[in-house]
Design a protein around this ligand. Sequence first.
Ligand SMILES: [Zn+2]
Length: 232
Amino acid sequence: MTNSPGNRRLVVGGGRAPGFPVAAPGDLSLNISPAALPDFLGTIAQPPFRAGAFLSIYFERVPFMAFTGRYAGALVEAARILQPGGQLVIDTGIAAPERAIVETLHAAGFVDVVVERAGLSHISARRGASVTARAYCRCNSGHYFVGSHCPFDGWSAPESVELADAVGRLAADGRPPSLRVLADIGVSEPALARTIVIEFGCDASVFEAISAEGLIVDGAWRPSAMLDAAHL
Ligand SMILES: [Zn+2]
């Protein structure tokens, strides 16, 4: 089931039954108990919502057993259904394993994690921006591209093959590329000399090659074809 709740707040553990805190306008509730009269019946471990569906999520006195230990994946799901930059607020019981919760939040991509305790544990966090990094190789005509061959002119070299292989190995491990990481896994100096890594602020940035007509070098415009190895 996929719902489209829009940019609203999800109240996990909430409901519209008597005795529950009154929902704010626009709030949607998720509860595992039908007796709570939630807007959506289900668990935060498998929330029935699309990625980025909510602007904020509130765990309304949710027992910590529901999102720690074997159910720690619930916090990863919370990150998934939050928009980048979205806010998560957790109110849970007095014996909550706060250190483990904070570690899981960081691993799930949350930032600005703050823990307060006033009887209950109150934990707030913000979902970090969704950053995508790509490694590009420069061909002799000044194009930057992902892969072993320049898609504009077919150029290829041992360095581009080496870089593409290394990037593939990182991707298989789920690791984003950086120049430091590429050096650490053994990419050669000549290959690194042709490499740039760009971080994009969202997953939707998908272009695979850049055709720069030229570059400004020492304040002067130089067509890419005029640049030599000293400018790579
Ligand atoms: Zn090229």
